[in-house]
Design a protein around this ligand. Structure first.
Ligand code: DGT
Ligand code: CA
Ligand code: CA
Ligand code: ZN
Length: 580
């Protein structure tokens, strides 16, 4: 295989990083030389592999020694200097340099004085208060480093990354590899396809006529920091962000069985395999086949495999091994919602809110372009510092909306508000005034640390207000950053049912709130209604509805309970009843 430019650039970057440690300085002459060469190689107009050492040296930014190393790699497939450095500075040690506040000198001190060779060992040393004793360190820096480790989630064997950091990368990979002409089908699988809110690693499955070019393109991605393993049909890499990506290539006829296998969960797979055995069949990552003759029964699509096991298709978001197979068998699985089912967005901001980033006109135009039937514009209520709207502004926006209704006669535009739930469940404006809005979302934006009983009480009080249609982002969490409020889920859901207040399914990847565990609890309380909303602050966020839809599926929410799948007439009638 011919070494690609981005692959060479990646190795030079690794050389630079390792040289920082070797020189004990982030900006030594050697380090700068390698870093310059990285840019130079990435900017070459043609393949680096076609250039002689002499030609390489004529390129600005590539010196004689670096040119020699590049040729060595192109000719032999390895670089002696790099191999030696990798030997001397193992990956776990290099990982330490990703922690803010730890430079190459500190890494060497940690290693030589405290025998710390990994993030895990660093945590132990911090707990023992030994790091603060290093020269130039002290208690304050030690605490800062501890906080940085927590924040980065760099610790533990089963470190998990919030989905918002993983999904864009996976989508990009699927697009890039999917463009290769050998690729027939491609999808991300694993926990990401099941839409877990934190991800261990990315799994990508490809069906291709020829796996080799797919593997080449995969390990040659610019974002790849290290190739952990490379084979004919499977490879693993580590990205710059420290995330592992596993790639598996199968033939098109195996794709359905492989997709099922690599999507998991493991528990779901095991239950399916047992079901196959009970029917005299064998299920593995390549096919469902007859246990005796070995003849393939189904393998091309997931649907075919489920069908051959006498089951309805189960969407990936429900494959956690928590009763979905029994439910599929008895026909009690909730009807999954699709993005195409959503007819309105009922939590949308514009620049009238202090934190909105698209104008009201742009927002409405974008909503209309998406073909929605109704929308609620819900700027922040006046109690939210800076971002909220005074009554004068609310009145002014009402005028602006009148104009827009004339411009977009097909779209029903509700004038709403996103109210702030106060410490004891009080709301912005006054009760009389609130009934003047067409639609009210009420959300927690403060007092996250109250005791469970207090949190529950403030939510219940708000739901009793006839102007409130829906509780926005129920627990107020930020995945991986803020845990969200503690509530008595059953009491809150019961109150939602009794008062006719819907629970929002907030689509933002940072929130995914209410969490799926809470949504699932509502299965037993059939009167609870839901709203899938984007909470968009910019037109580009309206498309996030796709994530809200997947969260709803993961929470086993039947689509008939989601009010914004209803047609305009039915929805408006419900919205008015809810307001009494
Ligand atoms: P993660 O990466 O920890 O967020 O979770 P997953 O579910 O993506 O797990 P991963 O990456 O280890 O494996 C991907 C899928 O491959 C997994 O969901 C099911 C399948 N798989 C992996 N190991 C096993 C196994 O030992 N048995 C079975 N039946 N399936 C497995
Ligand atoms: Ca995975
Ligand atoms: Ca994996
Ligand atoms: Zn909002």
């Amino acid at each position: 295989m011919i070494a690609g430019n981005s692959e060479v650039a990646r190795l030079l970057r690794e050389l630079a990083d390792l040289s920082k440690l070797d020189d004990g300085a982030a900006q030594s002459f050697r380090v700068r030389a390698y870093e310059k060469a990285v840019d130079a190689v990435l900017n070459l107009p043609g393949p680096v592999a076609d250039m002689t050492a002499a030609e390489l040296q004529t390129v600005a930014g590539i010196g004689k020694s670096t040119a020699g190393k590049i040729r060595e790699y192109v000719d032999t497939g390895s670089m002696a200097r790099l191999e030696a450095l990798r030997e001397q500075y193992p990956r776990e040690l290099v990982e330490l340099t990703r922690i803010p506040g730890i430079g190459p000198k500190t890494v060497l001190l940690l290693r030589d004085v405290l025998a710390v060779n990994s993030v895990e060992e660093l945590r132990v040393a911090i707990d023992a208060e030994r790091v603060r004793e290093l020269p130039g360190m002290g208690k304050l820096r030690e605490q800062k480093i501890a906080a940085a480790i927590e924040r980065l989630g760099l610790h533990g064997k089963d470190k998990r990354t919030p989905i918002i950091q993983v999904l864009p990368m996976a989508v990009h990979l699927v697009e890039t590899l999917g463009a290769l002409h050998e690729v027939r089908h491609i999808e991300y699988c694993g926990s990401l396809r099941r839409f877990r809110e934190t991800i261990g690693d990315i799994d990508i499955l490809v069906a291709a006529s020829d796996p080799a070019p797919v593997m080449d393109a995969f390990v040659d991605q610019a974002s790849v920091r290290e190739v952990l393993g490379r084979g004919d049909t499977k490879s693993s890499v580590l990205t710059d962000a420290g995330l592992q990506v596993d790639l598996r290539v199968v033939t098109p006829s195996q794709y359905g069985a492989a997709l099922l296998y690599f999507t998991g969960s493991k528990e779901h797979n095991i239950a399916l395999r047992q079901r196959a055995i009970n029917r005299g069949l064998l299920l593995n990552e390549y096919a469902l086949s007859d246990a005796e003759s070995g003849a393939v029964v189904a393998s091309r699509t997931e649907k075919a495999v489920y069908e051959a096991l006498d089951l309805r298709y189960i969407v990936p978001e429900m494959r956690e091994g928590t009763g979905e197979i029994a439910a599929a068998e008895e026909g009690s699985l909730p009807r999954p919602v699709d993005a195409g089912d959503i007819r309105g967005d009922l939590h949308v901001h514009s620049t009238w809110s202090g934190d909105g980033r698209s104008s009201l006109e742009d927002m409405i135009a974008a909503v209309a372009a998406r073909g929605l039937e109704y929308v609620a514009i819900t700027e922040h209520g006046e109690d939210l510092a800076i971002n909220g709207l005074s009554r004068a502004k609310v009145a002014a926006e009402a005028f602006a909306l009148e104009d827009l209704r004339l411009q977009y006669p097909e779209l029903t535009i509700l004038h709403g508000s996103e109210l702030n739930i106060g410490r004891d469940g009080e709301l912005d404006y006054d009760d009389e005034y609130l009934l003047g809005f067409d639609w009210c979302v009420a959300s927690v934006h403060s007092h996250f640390d109250l005791a469970m009983a207090d949190q529950t009480a403030r939510l219940v009080r708000v739901m009793e207000n006839p102007a409130v249609n829906v509780i926005g982002h129920l627990i107020g969490r930020r995945i991986g950053k803020r845990p969200g409020i503690e509530i008595d889920v059953d009491v809150v859901l019961e109150a939602a049912a009794v008062t006719g207040t819907a629970i929002e399914i907030n689509s933002h990847l940072d929130r995914l709130d209410a969490p799926p565990e809470i949504l699932r609890r509502a299965r037993d309380i059939p009167d609870v209604r839901f709203v899938i909303s984007t909470d968009a602050h910019h037109t580009s966020e309206l498309g996030n509805v796709e994530w809200g839809v997947r969260l709803a599926r993961r929470g086993w929410v039947d689509k008939r309970r989601i009010v914004n799948t209803w047609n305009r007439e039915r929805f408006l009638k419900w919205a008015r009843v809810g307001r009494r």
